[in-house]
Write a protein of this length. Structure first.
Length: 349
């Protein structure tokens, strides 16, 4: 009988870091599980499911979205006498099973979220912290944060990190730089959203402070003006949506990749940039960034906006940028998860 059933609702969402984690971990798990060991339940609205070899995918129930996740899915898991595996922060309230909590920014940085969002996610995370059979997270930093804010025993939390090998499947697009009017190693590049935590203001201020440099970012002009309410610096090239192939090429050919975020549980984009061939990477001087990247990157204070000499930061940094890649592998992470699920009894982890 199947002992573990994956919550497949994440397939409804666009791919961010959380969904990337679930997709890549499951793809690697599919290579090592035996048929019948692991199953994935998906809502009826899912149109396309991954073509797994050993993980069986089943459509469950008639409900949708949150109702499916908190009613249909746990009812199915209970009927099968199994344990649920929830890889994207959210787990069913009646029986959270095993859940991956990527970060606790709702506790650490509540100022960035609406009251409604905070109430809902604090309910979900508090419930998971108290009742889950085991908790997975993506860094030792996040483990300490979960212990700090939700008072979970350390032995209940297992660190299984993100990785970067999915970027190996993406080809470069050599038409990218001419398309956007950029020259190789003559621009800084960042991929981020307007979510306050991502600190896009730092990038805009860096552009103002360094008018002789070109800073490129994957946000369009209209969203920039409407979302932030201040004018785009003249030397900032807002590219709008870029394809995966274009993003990888922009990372490879930039002078440095910028990631000045305030708070992360891990931080996949700098790892992707390094794997793509970025010559240098600049990240926030925060605890988790040091854990993940060590001496492979340049650190800046995300609260300090007076960086008039970005070039000097890079010239003083020892070029060991690719050193951290050896620490992370989707295959290794999947093996760690397999051990938790099947070598250790999920009822006793």
């Amino acid at each position: 009988m199947v002992k573990v059933i994956v919550n497949g609702r994440f397939l409804l969402h666009r791919i961010t870091g959380v969904e990337r984690y679930a997709r890549e971990i499951l793809a690697e798990l599919d290579k090592i599980v035996e048929p019948g060991e692991l199953e994935m339940a998906v809502p009826p609205a899912i149109e396309e499911v991954p073509g797994y070899k050993n993980i069986k995918v089943v459509r469950v129930g008639k409900l949708h979205n949150r109702l499916w996740e908190h009613i249909s899915f746990p009812m199915y898991v209970k009927k099968r006498e199994a344990v649920s595996l929830n890889l994207c922060n959210v787990a069913p309230l009646p029986a959270p099973g095993i859940v991956c909590i990527h970060d606790v920014k709702v506790k650490a940085t509540p100022q960035y979220f609406s009251k409604k969002f905070l109430l809902w996610y604090n309910l979900l995370l508090t419930n998971a912290a108290k009742r889950a059979k085991a908790i997975i997270t993506v860094s030792e930093f996040s483990k300490r944060e979960i212990i700090k804010y939700y008072h979970v025993k350390a032995e209940k939390i297992h660190v299984i990190p993100n990785a970067w090998q999915h970027y190996e499947r993406i080809p470069y697009d050599e038409n990218t730089l001419p398309k956007y009017g950029l020259e190789k190693e003559q621009y800084f590049f960042s991929m981020c959203s307007l979510e306050p935590n991502k600190n896009f203001k730092w990038i805009a201020e860096a552009a103002k402070q360094n008018p002789d440099m070109t800073l490129a970012g994957s946000i369009n002009e209209k969203v920039f003006a409407d979302g932030l309410g201040f004018e785009c610096p003249a030397n900032m090239n807002l590219l709008g949506y870029v394809s995966d192939e274009e993003a990888k090429t922009l990372m490879r050919d930039c002078k440095a990749f910028l990631f000045p975020t305030f708070y992360e549980g891990f931080g996949i984009p700098p790892l992707e940039a390094i794997s793509a061939g970025a010559k240098q990477v600049i990240v926030s001087d925060t605890e988790v960034m040091h854990e993940i990247f060590g001496d492979s990157v340049v650190y800046v204070d995300p609260n300090e906006y007076d960086y008039k000499q970005l070039e000097i930061l890079l010239s003083e940094h020892v070029k060991t940028v690719r050193k951290c890649l050896a620490e992370f592998s989707w295959s290794n992470s999947a093996t760690q998860l397999y051990t938790i699920l099947f070598i250790n009894n999920p009822d006793n982890v």
